[in-house]
Unconditional design. Structure first.
Lengths: 158, 149
């Protein structure tokens, strides 16, 4: 196999890790907010989200590093519009994902504390789970990753 | 270097195929995570996690798998009309997704049966999901690196 084939494999692997991790976190987050769940159930779901975090981190790293290497290997220009837009979206998705990750960690900790203190329904936890700004950041970050996937396939301007 | 010379008309099926494959990977991993989590802890919590495993499998994994497999046939028809001169890596996709479809079906049925406290099928669900994940990894290696081409 050529270097190009190996690079493409690792780049696609990064994309699968990134999008797969986003899907895992998205499903578990959605499962936590669709019903008025007791704090212990929310804590259990947020506890499982932590398995998606290294997948997303590794995916972000592989997609960017191998992606830039591929640009050089194939002979695309680093200034081409679709590559610049993809990098901007990647940075934005990563930054928003980081903000969301911190918020989700705090929500998980609150759910664990409430579960240990009697597991009674809490308006504070409910408000955090359904915070529209947090949800917009969370799902916006995920949608940006899907948009990058579209750019990688259509390569507008090539 | 297929990506460099790909006709525009292949982009939509390819995008949907990759999207379906990514969703399948994420949904399968979620089924595995929830399934393993549903094997321990107090019985009431375990039962709730098993119910959730079934819903993720039924509502997300099945449609994602169908999207992945359906768009694979769509793009294959464009790239190799009539199935002529298909390279070996295409066969790997069939080798994984045909038994994979059966695996998804068995997994969802077992997950559905596991909603009952007396069911023993719950143990198999996360392991079947793990086997499917390994198969998906083989397929994405073949589809992306296209060895032998």
């Amino acid at each position: 196999m050529s270097l190009y084939q190996w690079l493409l494999f690792f780049h696609v692997t990064g994309a699968f890790f990134l999008i797969g991790g986003i899907v895992i976190a998205g499903i578990l987050n959605l499962a936590a907010i669709v019903k008025n769940r007791p704090p212990s159930e929310v804590a259990a779901l947020f506890g499982l989200i932590r398995f998606a975090v290294p997948l997303i981190g590794l995916g972000l790293l592989l997609t960017l590093a191998i992606g830039l290497w591929l640009v050089h290997e194939v002979g695309y220009g680093y200034g081409q519009t679709w590559i610049v837009v993809a990098i901007v979206l990647w940075v934005l998705a990563g930054a928003l994902g980081n903000v969301d990750g911190r918020y989700q960690r705090q929500t998980g900790e609150l759910a664990r504390r409430l579960a240990a203190a009697g597991d009674a329904p809490s308006p504070e936890l409910w408000a955090r789970l359904r915070n529209p700004r947090a949800l917009a950041i969370s799902y916006g970050s995920g949608l940006m990753a899907f948009a990058v996937l579209g750019l990688m396939i259509w390569k507008p301007g090539v | 270097m297929l990506a460099l010379v790909r006709p525009d008309s292949w982009n939509l099926p390819l995008f949907l195929h990759v999207l379906g494959a990514s969703l399948t990977f994420g949904a399968t991993a979620t089924v595995a995570l929830l399934g393993f989590a549903g094997l321990r802890g107090d019985p009431e919590r375990a039962l709730w996690l098993r119910r959730l495993t079934f819903w993720v499998g039924f509502v997300l994994l099945v449609p994602a798998f169908i999207l992945m497999r359906g768009t694979a046939l769509w793009i294959l028809d464009k790239e190799y009309p009539g199935g002529h001169h298909e390279p070996g890596w295409v066969g790997v996709g069939f080798f994984v997704t045909e038994p994979g479809a059966l695996l998804v079906l068995v997994m969802v049925i077992l997950a559905w049966l596991s909603r009952s406290p007396n069911s023993r099928g719950a143990v198999a669900v996360p392991w079947l999901a793990s086997i499917l994940l390994a198969g998906l990894a083989i397929a994405w290696f073949a589809m992306s690196a296209k060895p032998g081409s």
